[in-house]
Ligand binder design. Structure first.
Ligand SMILES: [Mn+2]
Length: 362
């Protein structure tokens, strides 16, 4: 296991690589070329420049989050094969630069969905939150306005203004796409990219849909154990794996997170570990990482990762906004650093307990 932090690049992130370098136990970053549009090619020179920037700060690139999938690939539109060709060439360029992990998602139109980006908690911190009744009352085309108005000026991943300006057309593109069709298009994409993933040993790690159910009538497929197992079986290659995001799968309380981790053993290439606090099944907020602040048992989640031999990067996921910090909602420095430190502490305790009683080395 390697502890990492997400980094959006110097032009977009309020957190610097130098700050990340000072979080105890964090040795890598999960990053991206944030200005790239889905479907666009990443050149080797651009990737190398990003890598050099990270390495100059004494860190390394542990993986990419994300190389985004275009809507043409998701709906099987006319530009699909060209976009897949660009994706393959991007993977080849990443492989040549010794980067072997790519996180992506296959969510239609909207990436993650939250109804509040700054809900105030009793301690004065602010957090992202979701309320189903608020979603049900909302016109999806107004969703972007409500998100962008509250983002501290940041461009939220998956909510890029260029795409959201065409949200009506996006909905029309998906009019005939049900969950079966979306699944077929995912399998089509995975089959096309597996040869290059094998050649360069690139582990693809699909991020779950968040929340893990259909919103605004759009299909969502990466939501539970059954669907992921189906996806892995359809393209049965170790390079076709998953990002285990506790905060996304955990939005559905029927998902037993430690049990899912055990069922996906060997195919979890990357983990986002965070807690949620449920106020009711349709209302949750992104609490501190600590078990006692939320609904999940973080010790059991980390223990399941440990016991299944997980050896990929973990990152604390969204954090609360605390201590007066102004940053992209969910992506401040302070609470994510606390999260990383807490998760490292759990891991150390689990590791030491596992070795207790084992014969001591001479
Ligand atoms: Mn996540």
């Amino acid at each position: 296991m390697e502890m990492t932090l997400r980094y959006y690049g110097k032009d977009y992130d309020t957190v610097t690589l130098q700050q990340i370098r000072q979080i105890p136990g964090v040795t890598g970053v999960i990053t991206t070329l944030y200005s790239k549009q889905p479907g666009e090619l990443w050149t080797r020179e651009e990737i190398r420049a990003l890598k050099e920037e990270v390495e100059a700060a004494g860190l390394h690139i542990s993986g990419i989050e994300s190389v985004n999938i275009s809507d043409a690939i998701k709906v099987g539109g006319p530009e699909r094969d060209q976009h897949i060709a660009n994706y393959i060439e991007t993977l080849e360029n990443l492989g040549k630069e010794d980067i072997h992990l790519v996180c992506y998602n296959f969510m239609p139109v909207f990436d993650w969905t939250r109804t509040e980006l700054a809900r105030v908690r009793p301690d004065g911190s602010t957090v992202l939150a979701y309320n189903q009744a608020a979603v049900d009352a909302l016109d999806p085309e107004k969703m972007f306005e409500s998100i962008s108005g509250d983002s501290n000026g940041a461009i939220m991943p998956g909510w890029e203004p260029e795409r959201m300006a065409h949200v009506k057309e996006l909905f029309e593109m998906y009019a005939d796409i049900d969950s079966e069709k979306l699944f077929e298009n995912l399998v089509y994409f995975l089959k096309k990219i597996m040869p290059v993933c094998n050649e360069y040993d690139i582990r693809m790690a699909i991020h779950p849909d968040d929340p893990a159910w259909s919103v605004f009538g759009l299909p969502r497929i990466i939501i539970n154990k059954e669907n992921i197992l189906r996806m892995m079986k359809a393209v049965d290659d170790v390079h076709n794996g998953v990002t285990f995001c506790s905060g996304s799968y955990g939005t559905n309380l029927e998902n037993d997170l430690p049990e899912m981790i055990r069922a996906l053993k060997g195919r979890i290439h990357f983990a986002h570990v965070r807690n949620l606090k449920f106020n009711s099944p349709g209302d949750f907020e992104e609490s501190a990482h600590l078990s006692s602040d939320g609904t999940f048992d973080m010790y059991e989640i980390m223990r399941a990762l440990y016991e299944t031999g997980f050896d990929g990067p973990i990152r604390p996921d969204h954090g609360r906004m605390i201590w007066g910090e102004k940053a992209m909602p969910g992506y401040g420095l302070y609470d994510r650093a606390l999260g990383a430190t807490y998760l490292n502490g759990l891991w150390e305790a689990i590791d030491k307990a596992a070795h207790r009683g084992a014969p001591s080395q001479p």
